[in-house]
Design a protein around this ligand. Structure first.
Ligand SMILES: [Zn+2]
Length: 311
């Protein structure tokens, strides 16, 4: 009799062979249940894809829950997925490894969020003479999903591409995109209503992931610049001290996927609070465990901003 381990191995081999034979006939492979295979580079893209594709696709996220996506490295298997998927969703200049996998290996369709949503150029920080914040002046801000309307625009592009790949369900995809837009419009209205008339509008965060909240009047000052693991210089910290004192800032925000060390040190020195704002670059494991999603985490962030800024 076979030992359990050997038995599993034998089964895996025969399944793999069956899969090859099946695919060679042009039928859907056993592995993907006949569903479209969509690869999303990070969480907000995954969220939009799942809303649009519904039951017609399996959506795989290259950035696992709890992982910080900026410095993502791809495994051999993930590069193969990028190459073989029916559709790949990514954002150029956000994750170098994904850009490379798409450029080197991808023949099929992809949607580049940077191409479809209209990214904003980063404003130079007031009084900043040189580049101390880790970003190049005039660089585009990749964190577009903080603007729900831009995420809806991305959803429309996904629906259009899925409709081309799978015309039988094109009407479903565009109906789902319309539903997603309705939800995102409601969220956008909540942000605009809640954040109008705050006592303070300057908000200090760990890394510059919240610039798109500028549309609601929120002025973001970041400790670390565009990338979450950049170290602030003494000059950056001195400038922040001044801003915090002058504007009567009550809270320094750290974030879910990186160490709160610098934010906590800064808040402690100045005798103010820290709170955790979620940049939603990935779904935190806590949010995932609580059944949270893009909409619920955005609403949590809004409640925290309201409290910190006296709205
Ligand atoms: Zn970021």
């Amino acid at each position: 009799m076979l030992k359990p381990v050997a038995r599993t191995a034998a089964l895996t081999v025969s399944t793999a062979l069956a899969g090859v034979a099946f695919t060679a006939c042009g039928a859907p492979s056993a592995q993907d249940d006949g569903k479209l295979q969509v690869v999303a580079a990070f969480y907000p893209l995954q969220y939009a894809a799942e809303r649009i594709a519904g039951d017609q696709a399996d959506v795989t996220n290259l950035t696992q829950p709890g992982m910080e996506p900026h410095d993502l490295q791809l495994s051999f298997d993930q590069v193969a997925r990028v190459s073989d998927a029916d559709l790949v969703l990514f954002e150029r200049h956000f994750q170098t490894a994904v850009d490379k996998a798409v450029d080197d290996n991808r023949q099929g369709p992809s949607v580049d969020a940077a191409h479809v949503v209209g990214l904003e150029h980063l404003a130079d920080e007031p009084g900043e003479e040189e580049n101390h914040t880790g970003h190049e002046h005039g660089e585009e801000d990749p964190h577009f999903w903080q603007d729900p309307i831009r995420l809806a625009t991305f959803g429309d592009a996904v629906a259009k591409e899925l409709g081309t790949i799978d015309p039988d369900h094109a009407a479903d995809y565009s109906a789902n995109a319309a539903k997603l837009r309705t939800d995102l419009r409601a969220l956008d209205t909540e942000y605009a209503d809640t954040l109008s008339g705050c006592r303070r509008d300057t908000t200090v965060v760990n890394h510059d992931a919240f610039g798109y909240l500028g549309k609601y009047g929120v002025q973001i000052r970041s400790i670390a610049g565009l990338s979450p693991d950049a170290e602030p210089t003494a000059h950056d910290l001195a400038t922040l001290h001044k801003v915090i004192a002058e504007d009567g800032i009550t809270t320094v925000f750290s974030e879910t996927l990186v160490s709160p060390k610098t934010a906590e040190a800064l808040a402690h020195e100045l005798g103010i609070r820290t709170a955790v704002l979620d940049p939603l670059e990935g779904l935190s494991t806590a949010a995932e465990d609580n059944g949270g999603d893009y909409l619920s985490v955005m609403r949590q962030n809004l409640a925290l901003l309201k409290k910190a800024n006296g709205c």
